[in-house]
Design a binder for this molecule. Structure first.
Ligand SMILES: Cc1cc2nc3c(=O)[nH]c(=O)nc-3n(C[C@H](O)[C@H](O)[C@H](O)COP(=O)(O)OP(=O)(O)OC[C@H]3O[C@@H](n4cnc5c(N)ncnc54)[C@H](O)[C@@H]3O)c2cc1C
Length: 366
């Protein structure tokens, strides 16, 4: 045997799996055709947040966000981790009851959350347009720089003996291990498939679809935005199945840059940035923060989220694929949720108690 476990894909999900599995004392080989951050991980925003549309989404985001916060003391400064909190904005008074409902739900689950009135909101984020009705503040949400976070998790795994093979692509998964593009074979007791939106190429018949996203980053304007700030309507964009949507979502970066998102598109596979989408996304941001119009944008890019029909990842054994575990389909929250998914994978392989109920994320639910 080459290893106890082969992890296919070195995005943040594969990196988190390698980290968790080596913590469990297993010999791990990670295989990646390109760079560790060539997929969605290199394109993501790095918001570590709790979402609460349903119990399964709440459980996986809550567990993972809290794990990231617990790991903060160990992180090198290159991860640019900051517990800046999230402010969800009500654009119109009719959205206030929903914010209050979410606040009550979070508080009932011992998550720190508070409602900001119009004045408190303006004081918290002075660049928001005046007169917005209010916000929901979740102080323990955080941000980090995803490429550095993935690199750090991978390095921790390597320090515990994992081998990371870059420049190698897996072509087939077998019960005994994997076959590579160059015709060679690697054997292992278990294979973890963490290949994001490319997963259907290795395991047919899975309902994972690419969902394109655009982001824009500005020059440095320290203090321009202090929290991760999102409109409540972001949830409609993220949870809906519309072919195209944009929502106001901005983040401060430690560098003083402002990261502006976000868009969602189904049915597009061309990775080139589209000026039409960027314009509508930036216009949405200007509607909420008018002074964004005066900032200089440096760069725009795109990435593809691996979307499942219910927006939850697929984690666990795969029918008719002995010794293979799937860990993919993290859509727009994989930077946050990779830690819970990795915990589930490691519990499956080691036979340990899972960190959360695995059922809502089981592959066979489709
Ligand atoms: C615009 C945008 C904004 C986002 N913002 C956030 C956010 O704020 N917070 C958050 O939590 N999440 C966010 N996300 C989601 C997050 O980025 C993803 O869920 C996460 O990066 C998925 O990680 P992954 O490792 O599964 O996939 P990827 O990073 O795509 O990694 C998959 C890897 O598998 C490799 N691979 C593919 N095929 C093979 C093969 N045959 N053999 C070997 N290796 C292979 C690829 O090269 C790749 O490196 C965002 C995503 C986008 C696009």
């Amino acid at each position: 045997m080459t290893a106890d476990v082969i992890v296919i894909g070195a995005g943040i999900v594969g990196a988190a799996c390698a980290d968790a599995l080596t913590q469990g004392g297993l010999r791990v080989v990670v295989i990646e055709p390109s760079l560790a951050v060539s997929g969605a991980t290199g394109a993501g925003m790095g918001h570590l947040l709790i979402l609460d549309e349903n119990e399964a989404e709440f459980s996986i985001t809550r567990y993972s966000r809290d794990r990231w916060n617990q790991m903060a003391m160990e992180m090198p400064s290159s991860l640019e981790y900051e517990r800046c909190g999230t402010i969800w904005i009500a654009a119109v008074p009719e959205e206030l009851p929903l914010l209050k409902q979410r606040c009550a739900f979070l508080q009932s689950r011992q998550v720190r959350a508070e409602i900001l009135d119009s004045q408190q909101l303006a004081e918290a984020e002075p660049n928001l347009r005046p007169g917005l009705p209010g916000g929901l503040f979740i102080p323990d949400d955080a941000i980090l720089y995803p490429p550095a976070a993935a690199g750090w998790l991978l390095k921790r795994a390597e320090q515990r003996g994992a081998a990371v093979l870059t420049g190698k692509r897996v072509t087939h998964i077998q019960a005994w291990g994997v076959e590579l593009e160059d015709g060679s074979r690697l054997e292992a007791h278990h294979v973890v498939c963490a290949t994001g939106m490319w997963t259907p190429q290795l395991i047919g018949g899975l309902p994972i679809q690419p969902r394109k996203g655009h982001l824009v980053i500005t020059d440095r304007y320290p203090g321009f935005v202090r929290h991760a700030v999102m409109e409540l309507g972001y949830l409609k964009s993220a949870h809906g199945r519309e072919s195209e949507s944009v929502a106001f979502n901005v983040q401060p970066r430690k560098t003083g840059q402002v990261l502006i998102g976000s868009s969602r598109q189904f049915g597009v596979t061309d990775a080139r940035p589209e000026s039409r989408i960027i314009s509508s996304m930036v216009q949405r941001a200007i509607d909420f923060m008018p002074r964004i119009a005066q900032l200089s944008a440096l760069r725009a890019w795109t990435g593809f989220r691996a979307a499942t029909p219910d927006r939850l990842p697929m984690v666990g054994p795969v029918a008719n694929r002995p010794n293979c575990l799937l860990c993919a389909g993290h859509e727009g929250i994989g930077i946050t949720t990779c830690l819970a998914s990795a915990g589930l994978v490691s519990a499956f392989i080691l036979g340990d108690r899972p960190p959360l109920d695995p059922k809502p994320y089981a592959v066979e639910r489709f």
